[in-house]
Design a protein around this ligand. Structure first.
Ligand code: SAH
Ligand code: DHB
Ligand code: MG
Length: 219
């Protein structure tokens, strides 16, 4: 596998097409300085989330898994003036760093970070639903439950995106019983079998290795 060349092409696309201003670069730097795992979406994937939010005219976005708020910034930037992102994060320290990054980007009025296990905070969100777009990117073992909540909080046309559905190909290693992989497989099985959804998934290679995204639309 040619990981260096994948990364070089990602860098090239990012340089050509995905200008990152000070707040985006500063968020990545702050995350690194704080020792957060470097598992934020790649810049070109952040821009894809932004474009999808714009294309669908999203005004209310739910994100499960904030980390340092890098993907949150991309999503919030796609919103109209009165738009909102609610983002759910288990680790108080991650949420704290994200809060600084989001403030630096001038997006604090558009973003609410809820700290706690997403399965505890999700039931409190009925008043903010339906969401127009939902990005699932936290602990993958709970993806099946997150999918149920996503459907509960959707309307016709809602876009549900699941990150990291490839995991260097491990998604098809049935013998790999890691709970995160099992969660991802169950998530994909449910997405595929649910008559309320139409979906696809794509593999990606690049700066973050070999991974991919599932994209579903609520009918
Ligand atoms: N979306 C971010 C990356 C998220 S990484 C970006 O692209 O920039 C996954 C995050 O999910 C981590 O910060 C982790 O602490 C958080 N997480 C893990 N388990 C969780 C849970 N049960 N509820 C909410 N967040 C959780
Ligand atoms: C991991 C989690 C992510 O959300 C990601 O984008 C990459 C890696 C992880 O837990 O390893
Ligand atoms: Mg991810």
């Amino acid at each position: 596998m040619d990981t260096q060349r994948w990364a070089a092409v990602d860098d090239y696309f990012t340089e050509q097409l995905v200008p990152q201003d000070e707040p985006l670069l500063a968020a990545l730097e702050a995350n690194k300085a704080a020792g957060l795992p470097p598992i934020d979406v790649a810049p070109n994937l952040g821009k894809l989330l932004y474009l999808l939010a714009k294309i669908t005219g999203a005004r209310r976005i739910l994100e499960i898994g904030t980390l340092g708020g890098y993907s949150t910034i991309w999503l919030a930037r796609a919103l109209p003036e009165d738009g909102k992102v609610i983002t759910l994060e288990y680790q108080p320290r991650h949420a704290e760093i994200a809060s600084h990054n989001i403030r630096r980007a001038g997006l604090e009025t558009k973003v609410t970070i809820l700290v706690g296990a997403a399965l505890d905070t999700l039931p409190t969100l009925a008043g903010s639903a339906p969401f127009d777009m939902i990005f699932i990117d936290a602990d993958k073992q709970n993806n099946p439950a997150y999918l149920e909540w996503a459907l509960t909080y959707s309307r016709s046309g809602t876009l549900i995106i699941g990150d990291n559905v490839v995991r260097s190909g491990k998604i098809t290693d049935a013998g790999d019983t890691d709970p995160n992989l099992r969660g991802l497989r169950e998530f994909l099985t449910r997405v595929g079998n649910d008559d309320r959804l139409e979906a696809t998934a794509i593999q990606t290679v690049g700066a973050k290795g070999w991974d991919g995204l599932a994209i579903a639309r609520v009918k």
